[in-house]
Design a binder for this molecule. Structure first.
Ligand SMILES: Nc1nc2c(ncn2[C@@H]2O[C@H](COP(=O)(O)OP(=O)(O)OP(=O)(O)O)[C@@H](O)[C@H]2O)c(=O)[nH]1
Ligand SMILES: [Mg+2]
Length: 426
């Protein structure tokens, strides 16, 4: 199965159910009291981060996320049932954006949720509108449409450590040796086509999440090889572990090549805490490995830990893991201390505003405003009484007054919002 870490889906929240327009049937009475019930609310679309999900591959077969609609209201004041919210499980590290790139959810912790499309409210049935002045309301509200968005979902893995190096450096072998992961290993370049994740146990208490990134080559940041697509996964890892094959002719230039690619992609990447490991050293004598370490020390940032390891013999692995775990904990503590505002932006209609604007063009008066447009969406324009209620709302909100001030006359047309379907006569 290939690794899908970027998908486009459509999120369609449920519509609210229509309110019911009905009157009690009573013997010998033409029309009894109004008894139309309210419609139920449409379901929200909610993303929930889950450690049980590793990729976004499931969305290849599920391009549309559709929540159920609320049920319409019934006779005898029966309220329609509200739809269940649709909970969509995504991997931890999923970022959701809408068309203009605005981030609407950034799910970094297991169980975290974000509402990405709100279901519409159910419309009120005519029984709702009974009052001393209005004994037999002959209208009911329509359900409000649910929100709908084209969403981009992108998985940003939040591994603690990313393994970077040229193809064949021994990254996947190391991961298989120190973690539960079982990645493919082979003696040719680009064996790993997509990142593998594994958990390495350090001492029974601590563990680190390691990401094995496909091999990088010179030009990776410009799209050469496979690395480019995956460089962005490194962005969120705390520590970068460089793996360099001891059998390279020049370990220093290999190290520099990889660093240059990281820098070209994103300059901040090379400021990450790093650990360097020379791999496959089981066949080398101490003098040779010491020499390699010495050379690398000159090229590496001050204080960078350098190890000589062998996944085959196991030498050096324990020491290296301890060093990595220490650095990861340092970074974690640091991040914890200055945790940025983690509030998640959620798209919602609930904080409606009363503000409105009236503009007129000859005989057409247009009003825009979140709250009034919302009422218009819930109005049945085929029903004179429904429209009358909308007029009442506009009168109370002072909107009609503003239109009069602008010169509206009987027979002119009022439009609410941009939709010409929401028109009626003044
Ligand atoms: N002698 C020896 N060979 C090793 C060691 N670790 C890995 N190898 C070999 O090196 C080759 C490449 O190993 P991989 O783990 O697939 O390398 P990689 O860095 O994941 O390669 P890509 O996925 O192509 O980027 C394989 O033939 C491994 O058996 C080691 O410690 N000693
Ligand atoms: Mg590999």
């Amino acid at each position: 199965m290939s690794f899908i870490d970027k998908v486009k889906v459509v999120a369609v929240a449920g519509d609210g159910g229509n309110g019911k327009l009905s009157f009690r049937h009573e013997k010998f009475i033409d029309k009894g009291g109004p008894d139309g019930g309210d419609g139920g609310n449409g379901g929200d679309i909610v993303l929930q981060a889950s450690r049980n999900q590793n990729t976004l591959a499931a969305f290849r077969y599920q391009r549309e996320l559709k929540a159920d609609d609320g049920k319409p209201g019934g006779k005898t004041r029966m309220h329609g049932r509200s739809a269940k919210h649709m909970i969509v499980q995504v991997p931890v590290g999923t970022v959701a954006t809408i068309e203009d790139g605005e981030v609407v959810a950034d799910l970094t912790e297991d169980g975290q949720t974000a509402i990405i499309a709100k279901g519409g409210h159910g419309g009120f049935g005519n029984a709702h509108f009974v009052s001393s002045r209005r004994q037999a309301p002959n209208f009911a509200e329509k359900g409000e449409p649910g929100e709908q968005f084209n969403l981009g979902l992108e998985l940003k893995m939040i591994a603690d450590v990313s393994l970077v190096g040229l193809p064949n450096a021994g990254k996947s072998t190391l991961l298989s040796k120190v973690s539960n992961a079982r990645p493919e290993i082979a003696d040719y370049a680009f064996t790993t086509l997509s990142p593998n994740l594994g958990v390495a146990d350090i001492d029974g208490q601590n563990s680190v999440l390691i990401a094995d990134i496909p091999g990088l080559i010179e030009g990776a940041a410009d799209g050469k090889g496979l690395g480019h697509d995956f460089l962005r996964h490194i962005e969120r890892t705390a520590v970068v572990l460089h793996l360099i094959d001891a059998y390279n002719e020049d370990v220093v230039s290999v190290y520099k090549t990889v660093k240059a690619e990281l820098k070209a992609y994103q300059p901040d990447l090379i400021k990450r805490p790093e650990v360097i490991a020379i791999t496959k050293v089981e066949g080398l004598d101490d003098e040779m490995t010491d020499d390699l370490i010495k050379k690398l020390k000159k090229a590496a940032p001050k204080g960078a830990a350098i190890f000589a390891i062998s996944a085959q013999s196991g030498q050096g692995l324990k020491e290296m893991l301890y060093a990595i775990s220490g650095k990861v904990q340092e970074v974690r503590a640091h991040v914890e201390a200055e945790k940025p505002d983690t509030s998640i932006p959620v798209l919602t209609l609930s904080d409606t505003s009363d503000a409105y604007t009236v503009v007129n063009d000859e005989e057409l008066y247009k009003v825009t405003g979140e709250r009034i447009e919302r009422f218009a969406r819930r109005t049945d324009f085929d029903s004179e009484e429904g429209v009358q209620r909308l007029r009442d709302i506009m009168r109370r909100a002072g909107i009609l007054h503003e239109m009069v001030r602008q010169g509206i006359e009987p027979g002119n047309t009022i439009q609410v919002g941009k939709n010409a379907a929401y028109q009626f006569e003044y």
